[in-house]
Design a protein. Structure first.
Lengths: 129, 351
């Protein structure tokens, strides 16, 4: 992936409890030239990672082994970090306040991930808003 | 609204005398209505406030009220306190025309608990045809509704698990094949899994009944630039048709193969400025309706028949014909690949 891609070199947090899927995400993001933070497999781990290092954008599985990742979403929102939910659920199954946020339906192609992250980073860019 | 004791006793008395009068006329039917397990209520349509003049034991035990708390009450006032305003409006609309008689309403009992009831309403007319009473019956369908909801929940859960499983299959395959197979092979496999998942999600959202051809085309060809406004590569023409799940799955995989092939060798290949026309029409046949669909590529590099048949062309020529009980012709026209599909359609639901 070329360095002029809008997501090249950006720090991306992965929150995903299923290891094999997390590895695929890691590979996809590494191929795109991103710096991967995580993967975090639980809300607690994710919150610790958000506190420990600066993050520019996040990919957030909704259901972490039965635990919903909404507190992570809230923490990212509070810090102004854009993120996308990934889920095998219908949007309708998500909590009211989170349904309008960007969602990638599992499984997805790397091009869908690239497009979504590029959009998120572009709209979060100061001065572009 | 609570009627004063005096009013209530007066109204109750009127109601009782009304019941007495049809007890005389109808004898055994009144006994039947009183003792049946179906909850029933009669109102006096001649009075402007439509008071309840009869409520059987089943209605009382279902609603949790005593007879003297129900009789003489205006129907609107009594039911207005126990069902949602929208449900009351539906019941009243049924009073007015008697046509739409498949209401399911949620009724709140005296003790605050609630039940779902299927409501049937019918006017009772006298000899001259004037409406003198309304009859309303209630069947407790709470369990049925709960089972339906549970089923919907299970189906959503199953859809979710299917999507997660496909995501895992994608992850395992990509990681297993990396380094061991050409990138082209990994991409082809991933594309097929993703196509399968898209139709599954579409079918899941339609409760596995029927899905629209246009939606399938939309989802499958989206990653190939179907809706790219900068360069229009596709034209899609035909009145939308509904497809059975199996036909939907097979057609989706076929479009996936055709589009992948077009990316590699055909109208969408690197440097080509080709186009893909997808058009179909529905025509009658002795066995019901049939669809003729044509995928035609133009503007790509000159087409040669493949030296070897891969999974894609096998799926198209053999799989499609078998799964869809249809006919498929692939023509390697030098000007562009043409794929013609003829297949039976299920009876289309009226639009």
């Amino acid at each position: 992936m070329s360095p002029d891609s809008p997501i090249f070199g950006r720090k991306v947090l992965i929150v995903e409890d299923e290891m094999i899927v997390a590895w695929l995400l890691e590979d996809m993001l590494a191929e795109l030239g991103c710096v991967v933070v995580g993967p975090a497999a639980s809300v607690k781990q994710a919150l610790a990672m958000i506190d420990a290092a600066p993050i520019e954008v996040a990919v957030l599985d909704v259901n972490l082994n039965g635990e919903m990742s909404y507190p992570v979403a809230d923490a990212l929102t509070a810090r102004g970090v854009p993120f996308v939910f990934v889920t095998g659920y219908d949007k309708e199954r998500m909590l009211d306040g989170y349904r309008a946020l960007p969602v990638l339906q599992k499984p997805f192609h790397r091009s869908e991930l690239t497009d979504t992250l590029a959009q998120l980073l572009a709209s979060a860019e100061p001065g572009v808003v | 609204m609570v009627a004063s004791e005096q009013d209530k006793s007066k109204e109750q008395k009127a109601a009782e005398s009304e019941v007495e009068s049809f007890r005389k006329d109808l004898g055994p039917f009144v006994v039947a209505a009183e003792t049946t397990r179906m909850a029933m209520v009669f109102t006096d349509a001649k009075e402007s406030n439509n008071p309840i003049i009869f409520a059987n034991d089943s209605f009382l035990s279902l609603s949790g009220y005593d007879r003297n708390e129900v009789l003489g009450q205006s129907f609107d006032a009594f039911f207005g306190g126990h069902v949602e305003p929208a449900a009351l409006a539906q019941i009243k609309a049924t009073f007015a025309d008697g046509s739409k008689n498949d209401l399911e309403i949620c009724f709140h009992r005296k003790d605050g608990t609630s039940f779902w009831a299927a409501v049937f309403i019918s006017p009772v007319r006298d000899k001259s045809g004037d409406v003198v009473q309304y009859f309303a019956s209630f069947v407790d369908v709470t369990q049925h509704i709960q089972e339906k909801e549970h089923l919907r929940f299970l189906l959503a859960e199953l859809n979710h698990r299917t999507q997660n499983t496909l995501a895992t299959v994608q992850a395992i395959a990509v990681q297993t094949l990396r380094g061991a197979a050409a990138k082209e092979v990994v991409d082809a496999f991933e594309g097929r899994i993703l196509a399968l998942s898209k139709v599954h999600s579409l079918l899941g959202s339609q409760h596995w009944e029927a899905v629209s051809l246009r939606e399938i085309i939309d989802r499958i060809l989206q990653p190939f630039g179907l809706n790219d406004r900068r360069t229009v590569r596709f034209s899609v023409n035909g009145d939308d048709v509904r497809l059975r799940p199996k036909a939907a799955l097979t057609l989706a995989l076929v479009f996936q193969e055709l589009a992948t092939n077009a990316m590699k060798y055909g109208a969408l290949s690197h440097g080509a400025v080709g186009k893909i026309d997808i058009a179909w029409q529905v025509e009658p046949s002795p066995q019901g309706e049939r669809m003729r669909l044509r995928w035609r590529e133009t503007g790509g590099p000159p087409v040669k028949p493949p030296s070897r048949k891969g999974f894609g062309s096998r799926l198209i020529e053999v799989g499609l014909a078998q799964d869809l009980d249809g006919e498929v012709h692939l023509t390697y026209d030098p000007a562009g690949l043409v794929c013609q599909i003829t297949m039976p359609l299920p009876r289309q639901a009226a639009a």
